[in-house]
Write a protein that binds this ligand. Structure first.
Ligand code: GDD
Length: 333
């Protein structure tokens, strides 16, 4: 049911997985949603937000977007978010993922002054910041040890967000989100790469799957649950930083087991490891402690790892069936 809030939200990175789920959540709550995206993207347009083209590598258009959108809440979800790719594009990643967050913070601060109203800011911080972890599980008090150009950029953005809160009294928060997946997850991330391949192998559209490190362990939750935590952070009395996680950890191997077994397949027959997919430095183990979010925000994850992977495989099986039908259709040139 739609509760009419009359509030306006601006989302950077609106065309990504989280932007799409967050748009739907905010619209259900009666928000008018505005979003910035770097280029035309399928999917999000159907949800009907007001879209602006922009790239966080170029902050020059931000002021005018803010003046048009007139946001009460800003969600900075835009980033070069692929960890492996950040080793090939370290400067670009630092610019978009790190300094890009600063550009949005600064635009928020200036707009707040112009508009004469409080504007709340959410920064998509990441569990990758814990990197070479010094304790398990990781919580808000665990020190950071970033292991990639991406994670270094996220640490920079994290501290800029804290600094804007402390320097200017802004309502600026960090959500330290552990991995979160869904049928809308980009195909370059490992869960989706696995569920898509399993479905295509099942239908004979693909013969094998190349992967990197199978031993890495992650705390994988459902993106639809995690965007709710983002919103709750901005409704809290005080601006603060929160870990969002399930508290469970599984390996890439476990993910293969879950996906292929759901289709009655043995993954060992199809998967090969390819050392070029390894990272120069790996994050071996992530497991989050979301006690603070549970106690202060009343947030908890609803979808288990097993259900999440089944949901993704079922979706990818539908896509693979469609692909097969298109192949079988005798379409004229
Ligand atoms: N992408 C990918 N592709 N990862 C692989 C592969 C492969 O072929 N084979 C093994 N892996 C391993 C990676 O080495 C890593 O340890 C793990 O699978 C997860 O990789 P990703 O799914 O790419 O996610 P990530 O953990 O590096 O980062 C994601 O989660 C972060 C939150 O902790 C991204 O969404 C980040 O943007 C996000 O901040």
């Amino acid at each position: 049911m739609t509760e009419l809030t009359g509030k306006r939200a601006l989302i950077t990175g609106i065309s990504g997985q989280d932007g799409w789920y967050l748009t739907e959540l905010l619209q259900q709550k009666g928000y008018e949603v505005h979003g910035i995206l770097p280029s035309r993207a399928p999917g999000i347009g159907e949800a009907g937000p007001q879209l602006y083209y922009g790239d966080l590598a170029d902050g020059t258009t931000l002021d005018s977007v803010f003046d048009q959108a007139q946001p009460d809440e800003v969600y900075n979800l835009a980033a070069q978010s692929h960890v492996r790719l950040s080793f090939d594009l370290p400067i670009y990643t630092a610019d978009v993922t790190g300094v890009g967050a600063l550009r949005v913070l600064e635009a928020t601060r200036k707009f707040q002054d112009r508009a004469g109203k409080q504007v709340k800011f959410y920064q998509a911080s990441s569990s990758e910041m814990f990197g070479k972890v010094v304790e398990t599980p990781q919580s808000e008090t665990t020190p950071f040890h970033p292991r990639s150009p991406y994670a270094c950029a996220k640490v920079y953005a994290f501290w800029q967000t804290v600094n804007y809160r402390e320097s200017y009294g802004m309502f600026a928060v960090n959500g330290i989100l552990f991995n979160h997946e869904s049928p809308r997850r980009g195909e370059a991330f490992v869960t989706r790469k696995i569920t898509k391949a399993a479905a295509r192998i099942k239908l004979g559209l693909q013969k094998s799957l190349q992967l990197g490190n199978l031993e890495a362990r992650r705390d994988w939750g459902f993106a639809g649950d995690y965007v709710d935590a983002m919103w709750r952070m901005l409704q809290h009395d005080e601006p603060d930083d929160f870990v969002v996680a399930t508290g469970e950890t599984y390996s890439v191997r476990d993910c293969l087991d879950a996906a292929f077994t759901h289709l009655d397949l043995d993954w060992q027959k199809f998967v090969q490891t390819d050392t070029s997919l390894y990272r120069p430095a790996e994050v071996d183990l992530l497991r989050g402690d979301a006690t603070k979010a549970r106690e202060n925000l009343g947030w908890e994850p609803k979808v288990s790892f097993a259900r999440l992977i089944r949901m993704m495989v079922d979706h990818d099986l539908d896509l693979a069936r469609r692909e097969l039908r298109l192949q079988d259709m005798d379409l004229p040139e």
